[in-house]
Design a protein around this ligand. Structure first.
Ligand code: GLU
Length: 417
């Protein structure tokens, strides 16, 4: 609105009555036919412009809330961790005067927002980029892996990566393949933004900092709320973790395995033996032309031809049950494989192991050359196929690599099945 700035205290007379409050910044997704003001009560109201009779400015822009930064002094008795921000809601704070959301990335800002962090470790903060995780692309995984490796080289004792929750499982799998790490690399996020009373951001950050600074573990893990209350968080292996709920604070679960452990204010309890001996190794070779295709009844078989024409070198098919597609696809799949495309199979059941020996459908697909992905998550198989194709295009070697357990993504078959 011309003549008014976010932060101005205004009185708005509408056809339904008067409202007094502070003019808010226009939310990113709002239309331009409404204004939003924060009432004295703390609630926000949106007012349609065509209902407004008159607006009076009562007080010019109230000074933006000063976010007081605490000076951070290194304590030599504590371990050092780096918090690397990539975006999402976790490392943000709301300016209650203007309603704007601001990123909190420097060590001082993070500690000021979550003072408990300073009790746990010496914190350094760094922003890699600022993206919603649905906008993250494979190139970003490489950036995160490189920055993480360079922080580890500087000698920190652990890394926390803050990340949007939507695609955190893809990034954690990518990092697990690209990075062998001597220190904990912990991804965390928040299901509820930090301006909500129910936000899980502070506790996820605190629990992640505990794992990064105190756990004797050399793996990429995800630390997120273990149940809806603030009692504990789970430590999930990076290649096994999936967001299984749109909004619950305990949306993240380990699939086809057990979480590595739990973390609470009392400390860390491992549920199984963590890895603790890796030397730093960064291997970011990726073939990006890989497609993840969900099979569904009625899928047009020509889709496979189209993917080949588009230049994809690998396709992960998320098949039905034990690892199947309709027989109508067999010929197209065979042609694709004969033309040099690698095709791997996961299951849309999510839980359980692909077994393509049970039914003739599975056996035919195997004979054609489809690689069964054991008990890998589809997202993990997709990332792994990219990583393996970054290393070889030889069919036998590729198959061998896909079936080798590099980062905890495959469970050894039990003898009794
Ligand atoms: N879609 C956003 C993301 O994944 C949601 C916010 C969040 O989860 O942090 O980045």
């Amino acid at each position: 609105m011309p003549g008014y700035k976010p932060g101005d205290k205004v009185e708005i007379e509408t056809v339904d009555g008067k409202y007094t409050g502070i003019l808010m910044e226009r939310p990113e997704l709002a239309d331009d036919k409404h204004v939003v003001i924060k009432l004295e009560s703390g609630y926000n109201v949106g007012i349609s412009l065509d209902r407004i009779r008159e607006i009076k400015k009562i007080e010019a822009r109230i000074k933006r809330e000063r976010f007081r930064l605490k000076r951070h002094k290194r304590d030599p008795s504590k371990r050092d961790i780096s918090i690397l921000a990539t975006g999402g809601t976790i490392a943000s704070r709301v300016d209650y005067i203007t309603g704007g959301v601001h990123s909190a990335f420097s060590a001082e800002e993070l500690i000021s927002a979550v003072p408990e962090l300073e009790e746990i470790a010496n914190i350094q903060g760094r922003q890699i980029f600022n993206k919603f995780s649905e906008n993250i692309i494979p190139e970003d995984w490489i950036k995160i892996a490189r920055t993480t490796a360079s922080e580890i080289k500087k000698g920190v004792d652990g890394i926390v990566i803050t990340h949007g929750t939507d695609t955190m499982g893809y990034t954690s799998a990518a990092l697990a393949f690209m990075l062998k790490t001597p220190v904990p690399v912990v991804l965390t996020g928040a299901q509820r933004s930090s301006d909500r009373g129910s936000s899980d951001a502070p506790l996820n950050l605190i629990h992640s900092a505990i794992v990064a600074s105190k756990a004797d573990l050399s793996e990429v893990v995800v630390v997120m709320h273990g149940e809806i209350s603030d009692s504990f968080s789970l430590i999930h292996p990076g290649t096994r973790v999936r967001k299984l709920h749109t909004s619950r604070r305990d949306a993240f679960r380990t699939v086809n395995s057990r979480p590595l452990g739990r973390v609470s204010m009392k400390g860390i309890e491992f549920l199984r033996e963590p890895k603790s001996d890796n030397k730093l190794k960064l291997d970011t070779k990726l073939e990006e032309r890989v497609f993840l295709l969900k099979y569904f009844p009625g899928l047009n078989p020509e889709v496979i031809d189209n993917l080949v024409e588009l230049g994809y070198n690998g396709i992960v098919i998320e098949g039905t049950g034990l690892g199947h597609t309709s027989e109508l696809l067999f010929e197209r799949i065979k042609d694709a494989i004969d033309s040099g495309v690698f095709i791997a199979m996961t299951s849309q059941t999510i839980f359980g192991r692909v077994n393509m020996n049970v039914y003739s459908t599975g056996r035919i697909l195997q004979d054609i050359g489809v690689i069964p992905c054991e008990d890998m998550l589809s997202e993990t198989a997709y990332v792994k196929l990219m990583w393996c194709l970054g290393h070889t295009k030889k069919p036998e070697r590729l198959r061998e690599m896909m079936l080798t357990n590099y980062a905890g993504e495959i469970t050894e078959r039990s003898r009794i099945e």
